[in-house]
Design a protein around this ligand. Structure first.
Ligand SMILES: Nc1ncnc2c1ncn2[C@@H]1O[C@H](COP(=O)(O)OP(=O)(O)OP(=O)(O)O)[C@@H](O)[C@H]1O
Ligand SMILES: [Mg+2]
Length: 258
């Protein structure tokens, strides 16, 4: 069965896109077929992977409000090969904003994105669909969480970030009440600096509040920025780095999830 993994936090700059792109490549390197869909109008998934942005996400989201649309055809048409074995992308661009506005105005049900993806899910290929989301609340973000089997919430390990994570946890609880079948795989501290007291103490806070739901942190390392600025994943730029190892471990967690 295909698993949908959504990466979301309404806070900006917490490493969502870095996590989506590196996790996707890690899974592809494990032999899994992976499709990344960029639901953020910034369209950075393509940039991070050295690809061209496109209106793919716009067309996909448009099918959510068009009862006559053929989602499988749109998905196939908008899928781009990343140049990496088994890794495909439906890129985004600023037009995604327009689709979001239409979607919000249409009052489309929360399950609409899951429904649009379902022809792929029933196929069993790809093995994983990863959804990158914008730093915003409600609308597409909520539908992307509903569409997911697994949710990962990246966060900075600092004192001002707990609130953002608590908001996401609240959304998870609400969606579960409405019948969402997925689960929170975990909270992923990023930009973690072992040496700073703030990083360590906010890890403690997170573990106190969320207990077993706190994943091993991703350390703050410039190699991740350098890789991104070249349009490469960490597995191309520095496969032997600690960052590569940390993202491999995250992929392992995803693979082991139910
Ligand atoms: N662990 C890390 N160590 C160092 N730099 C990082 C790390 N993770 C991400 N970055 C850098 O931090 C910046 C923000 O990361 P990223 O774009 O992945 O965040 P985001 O949550 O997707 O942002 P947005 O909310 O704007 O979409 C980027 O320049 C990225 O290269
Ligand atoms: Mg991003």
């Amino acid at each position: 069965m295909t698993k949908v993994v959504t990466i979301a936090n309404q806070k900006g700059g917490v490493g969502k896109t870095t996590t989506v792109t590196n996790l996707a490549h890690a899974l592809a390197l494990m032999g899994k077929e992976v499709l990344v869909i960029d639901l953020d109008p910034q369209g950075q998934v393509a940039t991070f992977l050295g690809m061209e942005q496109s209106a793919g996400a716009f067309y996909l989201l448009s099918t959510c409000i068009d009862p006559g649309a053929n989602p499988l055809m749109i998905l196939r048409q908008q899928m781009r090969f990343s140049g990496r074995d088994r890794l495909y992308v439906i890129p985004g661009n600023p037009l995604t904003n327009m689709a979001q506005t239409m979607l919000n105005a249409s009052n489309a049900p929360v399950a609409v994105l899951r429904r649009v993806l379902s022809p792929l899910l029933n196929n069993g290929k790809p093995d994983y669909i990863l959804l990158d989301t914008a730093p915003s609340v409600g609308g597409v973000q909520e539908r992307a969480v509903w569409a997911s089997d697994l949710l990962i919430v990246p966060t900075l390990p600092d004192s001002s970030s707990l609130e953002g994570v608590q908001y996401m946890a609240g959304m998870v609880a609400e969606l579960k009440e409405k019948g969402w079948q997925g689960e929170l795989l975990g909270i992923l501290p990023t930009h973690y600096e072992e040496r700073t007291r703030e990083s360590r103490s906010s890890m403690e806070d997170l573990r106190r509040v969320f207990q077993g739901l706190v994943l091993s942190p991703i350390s703050d390392r410039t190699v991740l920025r350098d890789a991104r600025s070249r349009g490469q994943t960490i597995f191309e730029y520095e496969p032997e780095s600690q960052s590569a190892q940390e993202y491999r471990e995250l992929a392992e967690q995803v693979r082991k999830a139910r």
